[in-house]
Design a protein around this ligand. Structure first.
Ligand code: GDP
Length: 445
């Protein structure tokens, strides 16, 4: 929870990546940040101004020249006093400066500690703090834009708004329970059921968006499956536009699992070409088939490649039932057909690389991605888990309300749902918000 502790130590760390570069940045945060910088540079930093100074060691020898930049809390990244030292990007210089700062009383920061302090000091919520890490790790421009939107608070605001409305509905239901003599029977007039339905719909939409957002972060794992010689390796090659898989017309060539990461409309996609799924006596190939099955179970999506002339094609048994797949009818060039898409089925030619755009469309449709390549914001599995956890009590509450017409159980289910949502931002305790809403709720007439 924010504001539970104010840190009284000052931390420091190298903020630029390891290695040599033009510029290296040391970040200092905490109550002594300005004083430590003054000791190093012989000049007191001023908020939001920078100056050039020689930074010296204990003997007064110059370590390096640096730009010294100060931020006074709370208007800083961490909410504390922060100083950034921009030196030359030499690991040796940076390390000497860190050692000097530690001798002066600072502590080396733990990983993520600056962001953690930003969260503890209420500069951002948990989802935003996570978005910083996701922005830094982003694999595509689209993923970076989505993380940046999460960092800016797009996702958090949607979660907060839903949380707020859940609590409001709960207050409403509790009012009906506590004041049964009121003129209006809150529960009977269908309003509560309608509002509950609307909230469930919004939650479902948010889950969908968060799923798309997670894919942007983690990338999509696609397993390419199908009989030997259907054209799996050719498809992988066509999509990566490189000869990374060995293509032959001898069935069973792809014995291991080949993996390639490509960008598909802004989404990082890892394609895994699996060994042909078939009964085989070859021991090496048996291992390949085993790996193919493992790959299939770890995938988000299957490309099921079928030779368009193969009348007897059927999905291999034992697929996870919720795992979506796209059927790819390959080798249209052999039968003189044009690329075509019908929902989750695409006719194409891997050999000629025709129809790949339709495959991309099908991927988008299956995943519910927007045409610009992905979700509105980035999200993590933790967020999806929390959203799904919030949906269960809402579903139960709706059933109970319909069955009993009473709000007794519903109020508790609403409380549980709001609590699950609050885990995402880590910002609000629902009681806090309850107090806020109660204070403006004119019930005591
Ligand atoms: P895999 O065993 O499923 O990986 O199949 P390959 O990609 O190794 O392809 C098997 C054979 O089919 C090779 O001779 C490919 O050149 C051929 N092939 C693959 N895709 C096409 C296609 O779209 N059109 C035609 N005419 N041949 C294809």
């Amino acid at each position: 929870m924010p504001n539970v502790s104010a840190s009284n130590d000052t931390i420091c760390a190298i903020a630029t990546p390891p290695g040599r570069g033009g510029v290296g940045v040391i970040r200092i945060s905490g109550p002594d940040a300005f004083e430590l910088a003054r000791r190093l540079s012989a000049r007191a930093p001023e908020a939001r101004r920078f100056f050039l100074a020689d930074l010296r060691d204990d003997q007064g020898e110059v370590i390096d020249q640096a730009l010294v930049l100060g931020f006074r809390g709370p208007a800083s990244f961490t909410g504390e006093d922060v100083v950034e030292l921009q030196t030359h990007g030499s690991p040796v210089v940076l390390e000497m400066l860190l050692e000097r700062l530690v001798r002066l009383g600072a502590r080396r920061a733990r990983p993520g500690e600056f962001s953690e302090r930003a969260y503890l000091n209420d500069r951002m919520d948990l989802a935003q703090a996570e978005a910083i890490a996701d922005l830094i790790a982003a694999g595509t421009a689209q993923a970076a834009r989505a993380a940046s939107r999460s960092l800016e608070g797009v996702f958090s605001r949607l979660v907060d708004a839903l949380h707020h409305d859940l609590v409001e509905l709960r207050v409403w239901v509790e009012a009906a329970l506590d004041f049964p003599d009121e003129d209006v029977d809150f529960l009977a007039d269908g309003q509560v059921a309608a509002r509950l339905d609307a909230l469930r719909t919004r939650l479902d939409e948010l889950i969908e968006q968060a799923r798309a957002g997670r894919l942007l972060n983690d990338g999509l794992r696609v397993a390419i499956i199908g009989k030997p010689n259907a054209g799996k390796s050719s498809l992988l090659n066509a999509m990566t536009r490189r000869d990374s898989a060995i293509v032959t017309d001898i069935p069973g060539t792809t014995r291991d699992v080949l993996r390639e990461t490509i960008e598909l409309g802004g989404l990082p996609v890892t394609l895994a070409d699996t060994a042909g799924l078939r009964d085989t006596e070859d021991r090496v190939e048996i291992e390949g088939v085993r790996r193919a099955e493992r790959e299939m179970h770890a995938a988000d999506l299957l490309f099921w490649v079928v030779d368009i002339e193969d009348e007897a094609a059927h999905l291999p048994p034992g697929l996870p039932p919720e795992l979506p797949f796209i059927r790819i009818n390959n080798k249209i060039d052999r039968v003189g057909r044009e690329p075509r898409r019908e929902g989750r089925s695409v006719d194409l030619s891997a050999l000629e690389g025709r129809g790949l755009d339709l495959l991309e469309q099908a991927v988008r449709e299956v995943l519910g991605l927007q045409s610009d390549g992905g979700g509105e914001f980035s999200a993590r599995q933790r967020h999806i888990d929390a959203l799904v956890k919030a949906r269960e009590p809402l579903d139960r509450g709706a059933r109970e309300l319909a069955a009993t017409g009473s709000g007794e159980l519903l109020a508790e289910e609403l409380r549980m749902a709001a609590e699950a949502l609050a885990e995402i931002t880590g910002r609000m305790s629902s009681d806090e918000l309850l107090g806020h809403i109660f204070s403006s709720f004119c019930i005591g007439k």
